[in-house]
Write a protein that binds this ligand. Structure first.
Ligand code: NAD
Length: 264
């Protein structure tokens, strides 16, 4: 499979290239980053001591002829690549987080023409956790306060994390609540008592934390905590490559990691 990596000089880009070079079923078709990236013009394998013949470029023409494009960048960049993938009929794996509802609807629209896996967390463990949270919320839908706590490294630009939001949505779905009505993103000052239906979020930022997520169900006399801790970006990269393979020969549509792992 011919794979394009955009954002190839970023943290996730590095992990993706490492995964592609280690997988004999995948070929790096192109590696793109911003026009002002210092890596433009260098061989994409340089940092791994490899000569691949694929030079890091900002030229979107390089996408032509690929099977799938993997995007871990920023929402504005992802949408730019989305329209190019649509035009070139290239499938897309979108791992970028921080999209607005309007931007998400553009992804939904594009999936009428191309196959897209869109997931704020590509790890197998978090995908399973999402299912566990939904199941737990179904049982603990009364008398238990639901809170989502997440921690990430100091460079993360969006909060709460896309994964935390996804876990909150899963909890809301399990508990039979409208997520947009019950999500509570911050508390400060005299907040009053906790609304029983609310699903609260707490965000920690610091150091090099790859990504920790806990969903807490706090009742009277007991607490249940469902936790996932990522210790390396390889977990996201391997999941994204699995998603890329899943899209091979798939008709257009919007999929997430639950589809990829057949957890539906
Ligand atoms: P990063 O800042 O290290 O890397 C982003 C890269 O994108 C940079 O190299 C940047 O130059 C590049 N970029 C920005 N605009 C671009 C453009 N127009 N064209 C090409 N490249 C462009 O960030 P990161 O830690 O690798 O994370 C990237 C995104 O992936 C974030 O939104 C993050 O939240 C998300 N993420 C998702 C998962 C998941 O499993 N879905 C896991 C980790 C990170």
């Amino acid at each position: 499979m011919r794979v394009v990596v955009v954002g190839c000089t970023g943290r996730m880009g590095y992990a993706l290239l490492e995964g592609i070079f280690a997988d004999e079923n995948l070929t790096l078709h192109a590696a793109l980053d911003r026009v002002d990236s210092p890596s433009i013009g260098r061989d994409a394998g340089e940092q791994f001591g490899k000569i691949t013949g694929v030079k890091v470029t900002s030229d979107v023409q390089a996408i032509r002829g690929a099977d799938v494009l993997i995007d871990f960048t920023r929402p504005e960049a992802s949408l730019q690549y989305l329209s190019i993938c649509q035009a070139e009929k290239v499938s897309m794996v979108i791992g970028t987080t921080g999209f607005t509802a309007e931007q998400k609807s553009l992804i939904q629209q594009a999936s009428q023409e191309i196959g897209i896996v869109f997931a704020p967390n590509m790890s197998v463990g978090v995908t399973l956790l999402t299912n566990l949270v939904e199941a737990a919320a179904r049982v603990l839908n009364q008398g238990y306060d639901i809170e989502v706590i997440e921690a990430h490294h100091r460079h993360k630009v969006d909060a709460p994390s896309g994964t935390a939001l996804r876990l909150g949505e899963a909890a809301a779905a399990g508990a039979g609540r409208d997520f947009d009505k019950v999500a509570l993103y911050a508390r400060e000052g005299i907040t009053g008592e906790r609304a029983p239906e609310s699903i609260g979020f707490a965000t920690v930022r610091g150091g090099d934390v790859v990504g920790d997520h806990t969903v807490l169900f706090a009742g009277i006399g007991e607490r249940i905590e469902l936790t996932h801790k990522a210790s390396s970006r390889a977990t996201f990269a391997l999941g994204a490559l699995r998603a890329a393979k899943y899209l091979k020969d798939k008709p257009p549509g919007l999929f997430d990691m639950r589809d990829v792992l057949e957890l539906r």
